[in-house]
Every structure is written in structure tokens, then in C-alpha cells.
Write a protein that binds this ligand. Sequence first.
Ligand SMILES: Cc1cc2nc3c(=O)[nH]c(=O)nc-3n(C[C@H](O)[C@H](O)[C@H](O)COP(=O)(O)OP(=O)(O)OC[C@H]3O[C@@H](n4cnc5c(N)ncnc54)[C@H](O)[C@@H]3O)c2cc1C
Length: 342
Amino acid sequence: MKVESKTDLTNKLTFHVPATTRFYVEVATDDDVREALLWARNKGLEILILGGGSNMLFHSDFEGLVINIVSTGMAIEMDDGRFVEVVAEAGEVWHKFVLQTLENGWGGLENLSLIPGCVGASPMQNIGAYGVEIKDVFSWLEAINVENGELKRFNIEECKLGYRESVFKRELKGKWVIVRVAFHLDRESELKTSYGAIESELSEIPTDLRTHKDVSNAVIKIRNSKLPNPDELGNAGSFFKNPVIIESDFKIIQKNHSDIPFYPQEDGKVKLAAGWLIDQAGWKGHDRITHAVHDKQALVLVNKGGATGNEIWTLALDVMRSVEKRFGLQLEVEVNQIGIKS
Ligand SMILES: Cc1cc2nc3c(=O)[nH]c(=O)nc-3n(C[C@H](O)[C@H](O)[C@H](O)COP(=O)(O)OP(=O)(O)OC[C@H]3O[C@@H](n4cnc5c(N)ncnc54)[C@H](O)[C@@H]3O)c2cc1C
């Protein structure tokens, strides 16, 4: 295990804000993870687990040990000719893993194509896109206890996967390092094409000839046309979550904003589009020279070059205050804030 000192993290974070860590280590096996945890504990240091750095905003330099998970590999646990259970190591690049499953003819992850980051972070916020969340295909994950190095298998109930949520963002925050994740995939799974522009992207292909790979290609095309590429414009995807509110609160908002888009949920609540709320509050394309609210997707805050985490956070707070003033709704932040001063 090679621990580096004073490592620059800027290019390991898709927001590309300036940030360093006092100590940095890359870990490729379960034993490496345990060794790194012990090393930090013996020195009394805080730890931070880093995957692809695509869902983090650093407010200041990190004074502890950043543990970057770089384990790779994929294994088949079960294959009955139709269904397959596949396990991927936490450091696998998510999109590469998705493409591998599709090359094998396994359906289930196609709508989640092109989401940045690594497999290990995917259950953290139950990543989702185009009508699918990983909870739809999740089997189990294995994680190492930060305190005692124990390896534990968590089933889907224990993970409490919800809309951009899991137990690892709440009660168990900072307590476990996810080392591998298993998914149950299906060679004959139904294609989910009703969300967004997928159906129109596929219109040239007759329904009975469409494949999981076709859906993936459509999703990739749509995402490339809508979302800024972090290599060109620093960002962490959606900065805010879509609010999910009770129906009576929704009715009050709808009274004053009859054109508000809304999505009734199974539990009777109503999901609103945060991007629409931000746009209506006048923030879409709002530009502060080094950083901005993206001009095509108001949910995304971007670092145009030279912005600090604090500057981006100030913009986020301004957007939140403004949306609250206009709609009486408090937006919730989706991106993990690191080193935030309370
Ligand atoms: C352009 C763009 C588009 C995006 N689109 C989507 C989208 O459609 N849907 C969506 O859900 N998300 C989206 N995201 C957000 C992000 O890609 C996902 O949340 C992704 O899963 C984060 O993975 P990561 O490896 O980069 O995590 P990181 O940013 O490295 O880490 C995120 C959090 O998870 C923790 N963590 C990471 N790995 C582990 C581990 N192995 N064990 C324990 N804790 C860990 C970190 O400490 C941190 O708190 C997008 C981001 C970008 C930049």
C-alpha cells in the first residue's frame, strides 16, 4: 500500500474545483481497504471514500486520508440460461460495466448507460435515469466495516434504496466501504422506452427488432445532447433532487402555477421537476463568469473554469432561496458536500 502526501484531487473530481488531500491511497483488494482503514485509524485521521468523484463538491482541502477504490473485475454468480446474477467490483467504471453486460446480452442496466462514476457508489444514492433505478436489478452488496474490518453482505431491504437514497447516505453514513455489488439481469427483460425521448430515438427500429443495446444507444445519444461533459465543463450531474411532496401541498402550489409539470407517485405523493422550478425562478443559464446554472438543464450547476467549491455552493444556496421564495418549497441537494462549514 503506497500512501501519498498532499495529493491534488482537482482532476479526480468531475466538478474540477481546486482541492487537495493530506493523504491519498488507491486500494484494489479487500485487504488493501482494511490496511488503509487501519492506517488512518492508527493516525487518528478522518477517511473519505472516493470512486469516480462525480457526485462530490469539495468546500475545502481534506485533512485526512482519501481512499480511492480501484478494484476491478466482474464475475457470474448464477446463470440459468435466461437470468444471470453478476457481481462487479466497486472500482469498475459504471458505464464500462453496463456496456459489458449488454455485450453479453443481459438486460436491465441499459437505461442507466453513461452515468459517470464507479460501481461501488451506485447503491449510495440508488442511481437512476430514464425510468430505471438500480434497485430494480439490485441483488446484494458486500461492504467492509470501517471500525473493525468485518465483511458483511447487505440485501436489498437492508440497503433501504429509495429515490437517490440509501442507508449508506443516512444511518450508516461513513460506516461501511462498499467493495462489490451484485445485480440480477435478464436476457429477456422488457425494454423500458416510455421515458423521455427514448421512444422517438428508436422510432426507426421496428418494435419487435429492438434490443437492450438499442435502448442503451438511444440513452447515450439523449444524454450527450442534454448533459454537459464533465471533461469540458465541470459538473456533478443534477445538483438538486426532484422534490416529492404530499398532495395537499402540491394543490396549493398548483393553484398559483397551473402549468406546473407533476408526476403522481405510487404512495400518493407528487414528484415535481426541480429543473422546471429553477427555470421558472429565472435561474436557467444564470452566469457568474467562472460558474453558472447550465443553460440547457437548470438542475446542473457548472464550473466553467476557475470556480471554487464555495463559490458553486453560494450559487446553489441562492437558487434554493429563490425557489423557496417563489414556490414555498425547499430544494434538497443531491451532490455530496465535502468539508462544508456549518
Ligand atoms: C454528467 C453527470 C451525469 C450524472 N447523471 C446521473 C444520473 O443520471 N443518475 C444518477 O443517479 N446520478 C448521476 N450522476 C451522479 C453520479 O455520477 C452518480 O451518483 C455516481 O454513482 C457517483 O459515482 P462516483 O464513483 O463518482 O462516486 P463519488 O463521487 O466518488 O462518491 C459519491 C459518494 O459515495 C461515496 N462512495 C463512493 N464509493 C464508495 C464505496 N465504494 N463505498 C462507500 N462509499 C462510497 C463517497 O464517499 C461519496 O460520499 C451524474 C453525474 C455527472 C457528472
